[in-house]
Design a binder for this molecule. Structure first.
Ligand SMILES: *Cc1c(COP(=O)(O)O)cnc(C)c1O
Length: 356
């Protein structure tokens, strides 16, 4: 740290992204919940048709083409959509916009690791609400929170999802309190809260192109909500970086939203592979949480999370391990292709057999 770094931020612990290994190494990468199938034919076409001369100009700060594509997909108006550089940026803008009045932000004790980092960097007081048994979220615990509530649904890294009716209870408990639902994984089998937007002006839904739409490298995320909430997000965006989405990302993400066939096909493949992997892990006596996301969270009585992670790494397979109380015995396994999961299960079988 230089002597110039802000004293107020001196205790800041940045988010630790999952490892992005050297591409030349033939590793099976199941550690950052990327989509094994990537973007579809309509995205490829949009990229091919991109004129490099376009890069001379600033991108459309309104990103209207993309906001309209998203609005069409969800049956909303473009004024109910804000787009940002990854949903991490949406989350950052939401912290800036909605915690500035110094109200405490509430989120689950075990959830996306970026939430407490945002709270620290934006100097927001926060409270981590304990999970119940089985690492579940109980909506009851959020009814009386006197500040914005932020919940990932499905939650990460557990993969467990709440029903929209359960989230509605939290929304109804206090119409003067904002509820932010991070739906990064919602397309893998959970039910979205987007239809509730018309009914609740205290609901902001955040989604991303990084997981179900295979565009993690493009950095595109978005927020859906009533026009006033979206205007607030855009007020922050236009006070920070109006051009946070480059023109290539705007056209590629718009094409991806229109490619419903590729979206439907790849997400069902991932869900089918997840269910097969779940079943095989259970047969090997793993404790596996039933997941509505593109990952599984699993542990085994015979091996610690750290040792299992290391044993897989030895065999060129990377998963994610969190050195955190209550979940240190688990590893999080992103769902890859059938072939990748077959190799993962083969290696896992060998690791477990040696311990029995
Ligand atoms: C991956 C993820 C995000 C961030 O995605 P971006 O790549 O920044 O769009 C946000 N929330 C959760 C829970 C995630 O897992």
């Amino acid at each position: 740290m230089s002597r110039f770094f802000s004293e107020e931020l001196s205790a800041l612990t940045p988010y630790t992204p999952g490892e992005q290994p050297d591409k030349s190494k033939q590793l099976i990468k199941l550690n950052t919940n990327e989509n094994p199938y990537g973007p579809g034919p309509m995205v490829k076409k949009a990229l091919e048709e991109t004129d490099s001369d376009l890069l001379r100009l600033y991108p459309d700060p309104e990103a209207l083409e993309l906001r309209e594509a998203i609005a069409d997909f969800y049956g909303l108006g473009p004024e109910q959509v804000a787009v940002t550089n990854g949903s991490d940026e949406t989350l950052a803008f939401a912290f800036m916009a909605f915690s500035a009045n110094r109200r405490k932000v509430f989120f689950p004790e075990i959830s996306y690791g970026f939430y407490p980092v945002f709270a620290q960097v934006f100097k927001t007081d926060f409270e981590e609400v304990p999970l119940r048994g089985g690492l579940t979220i109980d909506p009851e615990d959020y009814l009386k929170c006197d500040g914005p509530v932020l919940i990932a649904n499905p939650n990460a890294p557990t993969g467990l999802a709440l029903e929209p009716s359960e989230i509605e209870r939290i929304l109804n408990a206090d119409p003067y309190r904002l509820v932010i639902i991070d739906e990064a994984y919602v397309d893998f089998g959970a039910e979205s809260c987007v239809p509730l937007i018309e009914k609740y002006d205290n609901l902001l839904v955040i989604q991303t192109f990084s997981k179900s739409r295979g565009l993690a490298g493009s950095r595109v995320g978005f927020a859906l909500g009533c026009e006033d909430l979206i205007n607030d997000i855009n007020t922050i965006k236009f006070s920070f970086n109006p051009y946070s989405l480059d023109q290539v990302a705007i056209s590629v993400a718009a094409a991806s939203m229109r490619d419903k066939e590729h979206f439907e096909q790849t997400r069902s493949m991932i869900m089918a592979t997840r269910e097969k992997t779940f079943k095989t892990l259970k047969e090997m006596n793993f404790h596996v949480i039933p997941s509505k996301a593109n990952f599984l969270f699993a542990r085994h009585d015979l091996i610690s999370g750290a040792d299992y992670f290391a044993a897989l790494r030895e065999n060129d397979i990377i998963v994610r391990h969190f050195d955190k109380e209550r979940i240190e015995d688990y590893v999080r396994i992103s769902i890859g292709t059938d072939e990748q999961m077959k190799q993962f299960l083969k290696v896992t079988g060998e690791i477990i057999r040696e311990l029995e």
